[in-house]
Design a protein around this ligand. Sequence first.
Ligand code: XLS
Ligand code: NI
Ligand code: NI
Length: 437
Amino acid sequence: MIFKDIPEIKYEGKDSTNPLAFKFYDKDRYVLGKKMSEHLPFAMAWWHNLGASGSDMFGRDTIDKSFSASEKGTMEHALAKVDAGFEFMQKLGIKYFCFHDVDLVPESDDINETNKRLDDISDYILVKMKETGIKCLWGTANMFSNPRFMNGAGSTNDVNVYCFAAAQIKKALDITVKLGGKGYVFWGGREGYETLLNTDVKFEQENIAKLMKMAVKYGRKIGFKGDFYIEPKPKEPMKHQYDYDAATSISFLRQYGLDKDFKLNIEANHATLAGHTFEHELRIASINNMLGSIDANEGDPNLGWDVDRFPADVYSATYAMLEVINNGGLTGGFNFDAKNRRPSNTYSDMFEAFILGMDTFALGLLNAEKIIKDGRINKFIKEKYSSFESSLGQKIRNEETSLEELASKASELKGMGTPSSGKQEYLEEIINQILFS
Ligand code: XLS
Ligand code: NI
Ligand code: NI
């Protein structure tokens, strides 16, 4: 046992003062006809939870994540991380995990050796999965940390680097399929550019698409039935990233004929960086039938980078859960792509962070249920567009009219009266009333 002092985390209700208990996440409680745990398939991000040790650009580690291995960055450490991860997930009732290839094992200079290590560690992970019933949500290849990717992975200028990207994707897909992963993610960390003075944007985007097409072909060949995902992000590490936001990514997928195999993995903090709300990104993905999975974290409006905080903002979680419910749920899940703050340096803090995140989304779910049952918001939106129920409105909706016909209607009307109110403040008051009564 690694987390010796941490008990199994249980639901104790909203009045509990126990830091190691859920106040709102009550896994078996029924909400809108489904258990909370079915609405909220939470996942642990291997890299943050088992890797992130509090270091930043200005200081070294503050959090010990050796998990009793004698040296970090060894296979001994990789195995210790598996033990720690499964104990952690079991204690919290987390059913899924997500990983990058190089989160699982230390990367060797020789890719053949790295791949061998991946085979070994995934054998061990499989045993743990069978023992615990914990599953893999998605896998991905880290094509941004290694210096070879400094000019991009799919977008590289160097055909040999492109081969390494392909090799990593191939292996990450092998491991994802071996572990029964539901999805496979492309987050284009180095797929973008700094200056047009050294960049052929069209060439780069075409090559990224070609790499994705090969990934789909190979994945389907080895029996991967799940979704491929693009995870949009506007910037960081690159100044311009090609997968800027949901709308940009959807247009890219359609342009290159990838939209049948791909959906989107929407990360809250990336939405913030793109100048959008989380719910905006979810809505754009959803109305295009491409909302697949979520990286559940939180940005900071005062900081211009991906701070990957655990979600605490109940309003945001409420609006996000409304989108998820309207989408009919997710084919993926809620991956906590989030880490403790640098000074939160104990094992207990790791658990408290997940409790915070899970309770925040549980509150979001409960609030969304109340808003839906209350009905006033949906009713308002429906009525707002009711003029389109007229016969002329229906002709517009059915594309049975013309500019000429509409112009003659305007000419008949001569002028408009006062347009109807959007009533934003009234609607926001309803939300507060529902949330706090
Ligand atoms: C980085 C991304 C990354 C992806 C997986 O900002 O969120 O962690 O989720 O590569
Ligand atoms: Ni992410
Ligand atoms: Ni991120």
